[in-house]
Ligand binder design. Sequence first.
Ligand SMILES: [Zn+2]
Ligand SMILES: [Zn+2]
Ligand SMILES: [Zn+2]
Ligand SMILES: [Zn+2]
Ligand SMILES: [Zn+2]
Length: 984
Amino acid sequence: MSRKRRAHTSFDWIPVLDDNEEGQPLPDICIQHTRVDLDESGRSSSTTSFVPAPASPAKKTRTQYDDFNWNNEPAPLELNTTNYPFLDPAYQHFLDVNEPGPPLRYLRELIRLDGRGESGVAATCGLCQVEEPKLRCEECFSGLMFCAKCLVDLHACNPLHRIEHWNGNFFKHTTLKDVGLRIQLGHRVGERCSNPATATGDNFVVINTNGVHEVGLDYCDCETAQHRTTQLLHARWYPATPVTPNTAATFNILEYFHLLTFESKASVFEFLHALMRRTNNISITDVPDRYEEFLCMIREWRHLKMLKHAGRGHDPAGVSATAEGECAVLCPACPQPGKNLPENWRDAPKELQFLYSLLLGADANFRMVRKKVSSEENDPTLSPGWSYYCEVKKYSEHLATGLEKEERSTCVNHHAMKDANTSRSANLASSGIGTIDCIRHNFKRPNSIGDLQKGEKYINMDYLFLSSMSHTEFVCLTMSYDIACQWYLHLWERMLGFPQCLHIDLEGRTVTFLVPKFHLPAHVEKCQTAFSFNLTQGVGRMDGEAPERGWSDINPLSSQTKQMGSSLLRKIKNAVPERSEQVWSFLEFSKSLPADLVLKWSEMVERWEKDEDEINLFVATVTRVTQHGVRLALAQEDAANIEREGSVAIHDDISPAMLITLGLELESQQVRLKYDSGKLDGSATMLQLVKMQERKNSLRRRINTWTTIAPYNLPLHLPSSLPARVPCPPTLLKYELKLREAQCYEALNELHNHLRLRTHMYKYKNKNIVGQRANTRCQNMIHSVQEKVNASATKYRTARAALMKLSSHSLDDEGWRARLLTLDEEDIRPLKEGEEGESEGARTLSWIWKVVGVGGDSDNEGLQEALRIEWCRSRARAMRFSEEVLFLREEMRRVLAFLDWHAGWWDERRFRLTGLSRDEEEGVIAYASKQAHIRRSMRSTFDRIWCSSHELIQLGIGADNDILDLDYAAGADLLNTPPEELLA
Ligand SMILES: [Zn+2]
Ligand SMILES: [Zn+2]
Ligand SMILES: [Zn+2]
Ligand SMILES: [Zn+2]
Ligand SMILES: [Zn+2]
């Protein structure tokens, strides 16, 4: 969006011909004047002209400022840029404590205002010019002194200003009431009622943003007088009670506090105390304490605002007819049948149905506790189940039935962990709250919040879930919950124990249960694929974590709608290029594999997506070979050998497998030590050098010990490094061969991880790093990752060299040769990078990626499996991103449609009420029109900012979606609608 600037208005410059000291007119010079105009579209045009102007008069000499006067502008300060190179110049000025500097100048001005200023010399009132001026208003702009009568007259329209009285030496606070101001309600300003009725006790208190005011208040008590509280409300003062109130709060302060609770979470108590201090900071006890009253008013105010926003004041049926959940702000991007969905959404082809699916998440928050200080009976809610909370009575009635059966967990025992969270529930009425949110947009859903009594029990969460769904139409639902794998098992059975109105008819509907990404690693392996957002069709790019994020910022919900424009734009800007990359890399990957294999896997994975009981290609069946695994296998072999007694006993305590394993470990320690000591240069400290020497000594000792038990007497020679003529027991040779092979695989595996990390670091750097310092730090990290890449490569090469040597001892187990190739420098490249000189389309995978966890006898099985899993994951990633782009397009459409619908809804509410007074009717129409206007202007704002990414949205259709294999004919309007029409 281009920033629009107002065009500078041109001006006529009249040269003032000032005579200089010699009495001669100053010589003219030419001043360049450029005029810049901006038109509506933000394009600028400029015209340059030269204006003749007199030269500046000669600079006055510094001596004139010698007589320092703090009213004058001081000479600019020499900024000390060497001491504070990063400091804000404004603040730097303030660090200068020398005489003309701002701190002292500002301070003097603050103190000056404690006196009467220029009014101090005036003997008469600034207005009537007669009386002695003794009063000043702290808030009126003038700062002048007035007599009591004039000040009172001046404040007829500002009766809540704070004033002060000059007692001859200093100012003291006083009130307008004390100097004689009476506030007359029920009449026009300045008009006196013929039959005024002073507020009971004449001690009325008004709470306003600038303090707590005691005011002289008179109601109108004429024949035509309105109810007293109505008279207060007319003046935008909210009465604390409907009957003879003696406290009111201005609408201003209620609105202010309402906003503050969202932004700063200030408590009523703290807030009111700050106001009381503001009124009288010396003696707070002199200020009337209206805490209870304010608490009550705030509560009522929120309630009224909610009703107003929900249009309840525009409904002829009135407030009592409010339906359950009606006052909740709905998510404009979620599917809302009848509001933002096409009429035939239920008939959409099956594979497109996901676009209309609801994505919800359940969560519990144990920080929001409520102490046992009151109860629903003593302190009932004003809006039972009208917005986000479930209707409390029904909820607690159901909880009282206490139907909670212990269920055996088929996964980790999640409940044990959850209960650990909630041990401190002794004197709490509720130990937390549970909620159901839409996870794509983070909106709380109507009737979906409830108290938790003792931890996160199924009975609570079931109720919240069913209650949240009870007013919702859907065909597909994806439900995310951190223990979904357990919760869903008997959910529908448990549902039967709930009141009929909460039952969900599952006929023709699909409900998918998933576990949020962040929680998934805590689950058993089976859950990792069955409940994964990554591997599930039709969920786009979701992590399922919305509820947890939502707790940190519960902002006003209406502003959440306003943010939707920019957040959806940001999402689609990220998703479209990411989608293209994922699709490309999947296609490339597929190309590098044998076509028949890809075809076979495609069929298998599609079958699995349709039916979970089919073979799951994401799960590894071949166990990976690791050094640890081989060691274990060898130990078992040793044990078997000992039993057979045919083994070569090398040492009483040490088996051959142990010997080789120890040897390999010592060898790698040696390598590490060599590398580390190479890093120590001339700058190394004494301590570092000593430490290094200690490590060397210790390793030498261990190697010596190893040598004494080895059957040949040479310093750390593993069988592979023995010359061919030195005899070595074949068992040892065989063992080392196996361990070396495992070492190769491990090294390759490390290499994969480090290369992935390196790619990630580069990407991260390009995307996020600004500034030199951050850049250097990132570069250092990349450097250290590169060192790890090198180390893994060396490890592989060493291990492979040993393998070569071992085979020269004519060992026949040569299967490794086909799999473990020579590692050349150019082989070390990330998954997605081709060899140099290769064209994009012909990129091939480096062989290192095709060898993962090979094991057992069947050579190909392990390789195939690694590739298959990688391929399936790549496919899933590409599909999720493609879905995400379609999701975002649909959501953008839905938001616009929803705002349209809502604007129309408000339009329609303008003329529903009858029998109103003229004033009331105007208000009703004005408010509804304003609400409709807000929706429409929001819509056009979104439309405008989304226009900037029409191109991206255009990219959201077409070829890249082929991966989803959608039925284009059926979904033509959805998939191929050009953005202009989509957003029209
Ligand atoms: Zn006066
Ligand atoms: Zn004033
Ligand atoms: Zn009156
Ligand atoms: Zn939503
Ligand atoms: Zn699980």
